[in-house]
Design a protein around this ligand. Sequence first.
Ligand code: FAD
Length: 396
Amino acid sequence: MKQYDIAIIGGGPAGIMAAIAASRTSDVILLEKNPSLGRKLLLTGGGRCNITNNKPIKQLLTFFNNKNFLKHSFYSFTNENLFSIFDFDFVEEDDNRIFPESGRSKDVLDGLTDKLDGVSISYNFEVKSISEDFVINDKLKADRIIIATGGVTYPQTGCSPDNYALTNQPITDIRYGLSPLVTRKDLSGIAGVGLNDVVISYKKSRVRGDILFSHVGLTGPAVINLSNEISEGITYNLLEGEPVIDLEIAIDLCPDHSREDLMDRFTRDFQDKGKTMLKNYLKQFLTNSFIEYFLSEINLDGDIQLSRINKKSKNRLIENLKRFTFEIVDFNSKLSKVTIGGIDLKYINPKTMESTLVPGLYFAGEVLDLHGPTGGYNLKIAFSTGYLAGLAAAEK
Ligand SMILES: Cc1cc2nc3c(=O)[nH]c(=O)nc-3n(C[C@H](O)[C@H](O)[C@H](O)COP(=O)(O)OP(=O)(O)OC[C@H]3O[C@@H](n4cnc5c(N)ncnc54)[C@H](O)[C@@H]3O)c2cc1C
């Protein structure tokens, strides 16, 4: 039987980073179910890989579900440490999102795998069980094990809910995260239309940003960020069944104008510009390609002149500009980008990523109960926790 110091299960960003850190001083094997490493990494950022977010750590931490747990790993492995692994540059885009200068996630994957020189890699190796003394199969054993098997979404990239049962470590409820939403109403007529800088809200949660209509519902950064709040607000566990969803979300199409503002303005303009057609007047507030749909939904004729709009219609117009609602009936789960929930952090040491229940067993990346919004936050989790787990396992 071949024995390694450390076996790492899962060759995604967390597992690869753990292998890079651990292999500096230890004999490491990386076990990957797929014929290649980093399948999900290649899909990130639409193929461009939004590798991290460059906000100062203190501010960055506030975006995660468990900032206290992540603190140590973020300070131990900073963005500068991450960039120093690669021999190419990165560019910063809006909202501090960082991408490789080439705009290719493949370059990020290649840059990482170039650093795996001393690591044994077994492809097409799906770990199905781990014994108490860390025997993986009749040919392989390790002193320490790092589990970096990811979450449950995008199963075509190698993730599976079965991995949570590899150990007896307690897990929290598993849910969809960063998911587009399915609407009750058919939106195929406006599929592809986008709305910039609107506020989308569900109960007390509000997210400002861009949204996009799809054939089945709503997507875009603001929607998928809000989906985390929606998902966390519902009681369900994907290991037991799919969620049942029936809720309403609202879009403030004019977040910079209060209702009173709009009332004053419309009252004035409807007199001063009385001959202007409503559909033309609304161009200053709404995306052109959305106006026809919006007006038909609220039963107003776009060809009507402003001077002919009565008070009731004016109120309806303002109410819907401030609160245009959609009924949501599902997550578009095939496109859910991350998993909410995972290995319960109560039993993981945040300074080492080691289980407090099973000495020598470590976890890294999305398999843990950690998630962030869209914008490079989730790869940040994978790389930082992966690095810390690799380093700590090697030092033990
Ligand atoms: C379409 C898409 C776009 C995204 N874009 C971004 C982005 O731009 N920025 C960002 O920060 N985040 C993004 N994310 C999220 C990010 O990709 C994940 O959070 C990240 O990949 C998690 O890394 P991980 O290593 O923990 O898990 P994974 O990347 O899922 O890797 C887990 C690996 O473990 C292997 N594995 C699983 N089970 C076993 C087993 N039993 N035995 C052996 N191997 C196993 C899998 O095959 C896989 O290779 C995106 C996600 C998706 C789906």
